[in-house]
Design a protein around this ligand. Structure first.
Ligand code: NAD
Ligand code: AHE
Ligand code: ZN
Length: 375
C-alpha cells in the first residue's frame, strides 16, 4: 500500500451535532515529514464532543474527529527518520519538534512547528488535506483524526512506543490520562500532604485524583453533579465527595468551610467557566493554586475579583498535562507496563467504529468514562 491512496472506513462529521457518517474515505500517501498510521483503537474524549457541537472556534466541517488512539505505522514520507513501517505508535495532538522556540524554551510542552496547520485542519507541506471522498476534501482535526482506519499525521506528532504494550488500552495515553496526571505533576507540582479539589470526575478528573494520590496528597475532594461518578472515584484516590446539588451555599464556600480556609490545589476538569471561578475561589489565601484543564466554548470568559489573586491565589492552565509528547508518552506507556499508573480502569465501554454515534451517546450518560472503539 506504500505510496498508494488507501480507501478505508472513517466517521465523517459533516455538520455540527449531525450524526457522524461512516464513509469510504480516500487517504493519500504521506508527503515529506508525514506518517500514515493504521489506527487500530481509538477512544472518545470530551473534546471531540465539544468540537462536534460547533462551539470550537477551530472546528471545521466536514472533518474526521478523534485524538486519543493507538496504531501501527503503515508508511512514511520523505525525510522521516524516527519511525518506520511496523512501529507501534500513539498520535499526539500536541506535537514536539525539539527545534522551535517553544520546544527549546524548557518552559512549556507546547510546540509551534505544525500548530498553525493543525488548527485549520490541513497538513503543513502543501497546506492541503490527505483525506477526501470522491475528490472532495475532508478536514483533519487536531493533527490526528483518529476516527479513521488510516490517518496521516506530521512526524513531530508521533510517539513510538513499546511494541509489547496492548494498543487497545494504551490508546488512552493519547490524551485524558496524561492530561490529568500531568496537571498534578507538571503544572501544579502538588506536594505531599496537600489538600486537593477536583471538579469533574470524568477520565481527566479521575486521572488528576490518581496523580494527586501518587504525589502524596492528604485529602482529595471530588466534586461532580453525576452521583454515578462517585462510586468509582474512590478507587482513583478521591477521599471525599461533594455534589454541588446537595448544597444551597456556593460550592466554593462549602469547600472553604470544610478545609480550614481552602484547598492547596484545585483542578477544573469540566470546561464550565462558572466552575472555573469556583475552583479558583475555593483555594487557600496566600498560596492556593487552581489549574484550568477543561476546555470552554467559544465566547466564554472567566472572571473573578482581582483581589483573589492579589491575596495570593494563582490561576494556571494546562495542555496535555504539560507532558512533552514524543519524549514522554513512551515513558507513560512504560509506567503503565510496570503497573505504576492505571489505564484499564478508565475503560468502561468497548464498541466498534460503526457504533461511534452510540459511543457519543454513552458519553453523556451517567457512569461512562472512556469508550474504546475497535477500528
Ligand atoms: P467528561 O465529560 O468525561 O467528564 C466531565 C465530568 O464533569 C463529568 O463527570 C460530568 O458529570 C462533570 N460535570 C459536568 N458539569 C459539572 C458541574 N457543573 N459541576 C461538577 N461536575 C460537572 O470529560 P473528560 O473527557 O474527562 O474531559 C474533561 C474536560 O477536560 C473537557 O472540557 C475536555 O474538553 C477537557 N480536556 C482538556 C485537555 C487539556 O489538554 N487541557 C485534555 C483533555 C480533556
Ligand atoms: N480549539 C479549541 C482549543 C481546544 C484546546 O484547548 N485543546 C487542548 C487539548 S484538549 C484535548 O482533549 C490543547 O492542547 N490546547 C492547546 C493547543 O495548542 O490547542 C478552542 O477552543 O479554540
Ligand atoms: Zn482529549
Amino acid at each position: 500500500t506504500e505510496g498508494q491512496v488507501i480507501t478505508c472506513k472513517a466517521a465523517v462529521a459533516y455538520e455540527p451535532n449531525k450524526p457522524l457518517v461512516i464513509e469510504d474515505v480516500q487517504v493519500a500517501p504521506p508527503q515529506a515529514g508525514e506518517v500514515r498510521i493504521k489506527i487500530l483503537f481509538t477512544a472518545l474524549c470530551h473534546t471531540d464532543a465539544y468540537t462536534w457541537s460547533g462551539k470550537d472556534p477551530e472546528g471545521l466541517f466536514p472533518c474526521i474527529l478523534g485524538h486519543e488512539a493507538a496504531g501501527i505505522v503503515e508508511s512514511v514520507g520523505e525525510g522521516v527518520s524516527e519511525v518506520k513501517p511496523g512501529d507501534h505508535v500513539i498520535p499526539c495532538y500536541q506535537a514536539e519538534c525539539r527545534e522551535c522556540k517553544f520546544c527549546k524554551s524548557g518552559k512549556t510542552n507546547l510546540c509551534g512547528k505544525v500548530r498553525a496547520a493543525t488548527g485549520v485542519g490541513i497538513m503543513m507541506n502543501d497546506r492541503k488535506t490527505r483525506f477526501s471522498i470522491n475528490g472532495k476534501p475532508i478536514y483533519h482535526f487536531m493533527g490526528t483524526s483518529t476516527f479513521s482506519q488510516y490517518s496521516v499525521v506530521h512526524d513531530v506528532s508521533v510517539a513510538k512506543i513499546d511494541p509489547s504494550a496492548p494498543l487497545e488500552k494504551v490508546c488512552l495515553l493519547g490524551c485524558g490520562v496524561p492530561t490529568g496526571l500531568g496537571a498534578v505533576w507538571n503544572t501544579a507540582k502538588v506536594e505531599p500532604g496537600s489538600i486537593v479539589a477536583v471538579f469533574g470526575l470524568g477520565t481527566v478528573g479521575l486521572a488528576v485524583a490518581e496523580g494527586a494520590k501518587a504525589a502524596g496528597a492528604s485529602r482529595i475532594i471530588g466534586i461532580d453533579i453525576d452521583n454515578n461518578k462517585f462510586k468509582r472515584a474512590k478507587d482513583f484516590g478521591v477521599t471525599e465527595f461533594i455534589n454541588p446539588k446537595d448544597h444551597e451555599k456556593p460550592i466554593q464556600q462549602v469547600i472553604v468551610d470544610q478545609t480550614d480556609g481552602g484547598v492547596d490545589y484545585s483542578f477544573e476538569c469540566i470546561g464550565n467557566v462558572s466552575v472555573m471561578r469556583a475552583a479558583l475561589e475555593c483555594c487557600h489565601k496566600g498560596w492556593g493554586t487552581s489549574v484550568i484543564v477543561g476546555v470552554a466554548a467559544s465566547g466564554q470568559e472567566i472572571s473573578t475579583r482581582p483581589f483573589q489573586l492579589v491575596t495570593g491565589r494563582v490561576w494556571k492552565g494546562t495542555a496535555f498535562g504539560g507532558f512533552k509528547s514524543r519524549s514522554q508518552v513512551p515513558w507513560l506507556v512504560d509506567k503503565y507496563m510496570k503497573k505504576e499508573i492505571k489505564v484499564d480502569e478508565y475503560i468502561t465501554h468497548n464498541l466498534t467504529l460503526g457504533e461511534i454515534n452510540k459511543a457519543f451517546d454513552l458519553m453523556h450518560e451517567g457512569g461512562c468514562l472512556r469508550c474504546v472503539l475497535t477500528m
